[in-house]
Design a protein. Structure first.
Length: 215
């Protein structure tokens, strides 16, 4: 039995591109809320923008309830701010309720990061290609060749489908507001291949949870 997913297809964007779209790296679209750029709860430096996913009602593929989009930020500053931990103050998954603006929000101090050649300094546009996961191939942890082939086919960078686990099994997450279980929203392989970034969302669109694991 296969499980449908949306594979993320990345294309580099010119720096001047400010269209409201699904984005990875570079800068996010300016949000409509009167809210400043998010800061890291540990080092207090501005967080780095990771990914922007539009909700289904706004031309995107993510099921985010009434939210217009999800904007994920994480601390890629020097120092160990444990951005990868569930509920860490070193990451922030913002669900926006107002429409995004066709202009880019600038990170205070620029979007440089301490990670050498961090591809997040470059802006990518995301488009989605319909596909499906074979749960048996994904869970075939003993067959490295099969896993690598699946990796090549891009099943990590996707929305929905079957999550690929890092070095620990996924735990069940629940929304802190409605106490219902959260659903797997998507995952991304970090640019340096070190981390798998996971997103889970409340089915009612209350919140999105982020964590990362060693790939
Ligand atoms: Zn930090
Ligand atoms: Zn909820």
């Amino acid at each position: 039995m296969s499980v449908p997913h949306w594979k993320m297809v990345l294309a580099k964007l010119p720096k001047t591109d400010s269209k409201v779209r699904d984005r990875l790296g570079g800068e996010p679209n300016q949000w409509g809320e009167d809210e400043p750029w998010p800061l890291c709860g540990h080092c207090e430096e501005p967080l780095h923008f990771i990914v922007q996913l539009r909700g289904e009602g706004c031309g995107g593929k993510a099921k985010l309830g009434k939210a217009t989009c999800l904007q994920l930020f994480a601390c890629h500053n020097e120092g160990d701010c444990e951005f990868y931990e569930l509920g860490s103050k070193g990451n922030y998954a913002a669900l926006r309720s107002k429409p995004l603006k066709a202009q880019l929000a600038k990170r205070p101090g620029g979007n440089k990061s301490s990670v050498a050649n961090d591809p997040l300094r470059f802006a990518y546009g995301i488009t989605f290609k319909a596909g499906a996961d074979d749960p048996e191939a994904i869970e075939d942890y003993d067959n490295e060749a099969r896993q690598q082939k699946a990796h090549k086919n891009g099943f990590i960078d996707k929305l929905y489908g079957v999550p690929v686990a890092g070095n620990e099994p996924e735990e069940d997450l629940e929304c802190t507001k409605c106490k219902e279980p959260m659903s797997f929203l998507g995952q991304l392989l970090s640019a340096d291949d070190w981390f798998i970034y996971y997103l889970h969302a409340c089915n009612k669109g209350h919140q999105v949870s982020f964590h990362a694991q060693r790939a």
